[in-house]
Design a protein around this ligand. Structure first.
Ligand SMILES: [Zn+2]
Length: 365
């Protein structure tokens, strides 16, 4: 398993480099080809999306289980030089090892185990790997939703939560707004009063915007990026901010969007333009997802693992499938830490039970 993970990690696949992602997609295709019917789908300006119909034991199959993952990573090409694949103190390190190349490897070993032990699987199993998950899944979303609608359950190979690898039964919805303020430029010394400062106006707006957070309801609004002005001695004609929003419930989305659209300038000589909205709907903890989790918990207990559930502030492609009402269980991939961070790593002694849990789940749902 370590050897396969190493091959996956050493085949770098940043979202913004379709040729590199396609090399990784080809590597996975070659690995699954002996036991799957492989198809690729065009990803526009991104790499190809991969869909593999797995050939698993069991005669009469009905329904389908969609297994979701992504082939892209946040690490640019050449990261391996500074952050090589390595094995230290019971952990594997390297770009994308945790998010989420190990998860893909676990699934392939689960499939291998089911085949070698001839354990019947009652559903058709489709593995889908998207090439653009780390950058918003714009080109893969429709494919994910189409496959999800034809499935009775979705299993997501994203990493688990925390040191124990809790599964994810809820995820926040993720979106963003851009606020552009336009004022009136003038010389800060010669003609100060003729100016209407977009920077000052934006500063007022930002305190209003930050005030839209409601932690009790699971709503966070983060003005993460600001820019504006041209020079220190000019009253700024333009300023803008980019704001990250997270919501736990779909019904909070409309109210929040309304509040953004209702922002009006304090200095009437300025104007405000708002664009953006929700990118990923929240994955709410539905009854169907809870049932899936209970099944997983029971199966994990058979492996001596006390499996817990968690909710996440981050989004995944599971948000799209859950929002369609399809029971979705996320976080079935690696146990480790440091997603998107230089110390990204996975625990070696949790690789076998995660692969085994996937195999058991495939046989059970
Ligand atoms: Zn991921």
């Amino acid at each position: 398993m370590t050897a396969l993970i190493r091959r996956f990690v050493e085949c770098e696949s940043p979202s913004d480099n379709p040729a590199a992602v396609n090399r990784f997609v080809e590597l996975v295709s070659d690995t699954v080809a002996p036991f799957a019917a492989v198809r690729t789908h065009r990803g526009g300006s991104f790499g190809k999306h991969l869909a593999c119909a797995m050939r698993l034991p069991g005669r009469k199959k009905s329904g389908r289980v969609l297994v979701l993952g992504h082939s892209d990573t946040v690490w640019s090409l050449g990261t391996l030089r500074a952050m090589p694949f390595r094995r230290v103190d019971g952990r594997l390190y390297g770009p994308g090892v945790y998010d989420m190349k190990a998860g893909i490897a676990f699934f392939l070993f689960a499939v291998r185990a089911l085949r070698e032990l001839d354990i019947p699987v009652s559903s058709h199993v489709l593995l889908q790997l998207n090439s653009d998950e780390e950058v918003g899944s714009e080109s893969s979303r429709a494919l994910t939703e189409r496959h999800a609608k034809q499935s009775q359950a979705v299993l997501v190979l994203e990493p688990g939560t925390g040191r124990t690898g809790k599964l994810k039964t809820a995820r926040k919805g993720v979106g963003g707004f851009t606020v552009v303020v336009r004022g009136r430029a003038s010389h800060a010394g010669l003609d100060y009063e003729a100016g209407a400062s977009a920077v000052v106006e934006l500063a007022h707006q930002i305190t209003r915007i930050a005030g839209l957070s409601d932690l009790d309801r699971g709503i966070t609004v983060n003005p993460g990026l600001i820019s504006g002005g041209t020079r220190c001695n000019v009253v700024a004609a333009e300023a803008s901010a980019e704001i990250d929003i997270r919501v736990r419930r779909q019904r909070d989305v409309i109210a929040l969007e309304k509040k953004f659209r209702a922002l009006r300038p304090i200095d009437k000589r300025c104007s405000i333009e708002i664009s953006g909205g929700l990118n990923r709907p929240p994955m709410e903890r539905s009854a169907g997802t809870v049932r899936l989790f209970r099944t997983a918990r029971k199966l994990a207990a058979e492996l001596g693992i006390d499996l817990e559930e968690s909710n996440s502030g981050g989004g995944s492609d599971g948000n799209f499938t859950a929002a369609l009402g399809v029971p979705t269980l996320d976080g079935l991939g690696a146990v480790g830490e440091g997603a998107h961070a230089i110390h990204e790593n996975i625990l070696i002694n949790r690789m076998a039970d995660r692969a085994a849990l996937l195999a058991k789940l495939l046989a059970a749902v």
